[in-house]
Design a protein around this ligand. Sequence first.
Ligand code: NAD
Length: 262
Amino acid sequence: MNERPVAMITGAAGGIGGETAVCFAERGYDCVLLALPSDDLEPVTNRIEQAGGQFLCCLGDLTDLDYAKSAVEQCMATWRRIDVLVNNAAWREIITMRKIELASWEKTLRVCLTAPAFISRWCAEQMEPQGKGVIINVSSIQSQMAAGISPAYVAAKGALDSLTYELATLYGPAGIRVLSVNPGAIDTAMGKDIAVDQQQTTADKIRQASEEMIPLRRWAHPREIARSIVMLASDDASYLTGTSITVDGGWKQQCSPYPIKH
Ligand code: NAD
């Protein structure tokens, strides 16, 4: 068995996923990186090496559950342990319910809900004999807030939170903690892809308007979400399970209708 703890991260080439992998490596973990074959993992693997960590790259599409299962098997064949799973990958189309195609709906649910559910099961099967493990589902504040422009994604994230509570109940007696981390607005490719009309000027206006509503008055760097994830996976959070942790600069809780400059 590997002496160092092992963290498996999906969507590891993305903004939050890459920072999360590096953050785990900086804290002494080795990392299993799941990414699309078209993704560039080199910037992430370089930083993991600089931090003294080892990595295993498993490339494939999470709509293919056989691939997802084989990634868990590869991890066990290489390191014989999985300490943390971060279900981070997501796919989202900015489109209203009026226009969304069934294929887009089904792909969103497959990547954002079905894959996390089954990868969690396969990882938990390995964590149970270890007597310990942590599963973190990267959800969104959109699991409880709607903008009317991504129905499948919002539905999937709401269900992902519910899955968190379900799995925490099932696996808690085995010493496995399960949490949702619900980011607000984060400076990544997905965060910036927010305009229904695909116009940059619209996206810029939406960003500016959101920054005015966020008490901290800015979007987060993906590292700030990564650090929250790694903290929640640590023993410092040993009694936290079956709940959602919002990391949004205070955005979700502010609903002032008054145009007051604080
Ligand atoms: P990102 O676009 O940088 O990363 C998403 C990653 O998911 C990409 O690396 C992509 O390759 C991967 N992915 C997409 N489809 C896949 C598939 N079919 N198979 C395998 N991998 C696939 O975006 P991000 O902001 O880093 O998103 C990470 C997580 O944070 C997501 O779960 C997202 O829903 C959540 N989130 C992001 C924001 C934000 O503002 N950026 C806000 C709330 C929640």
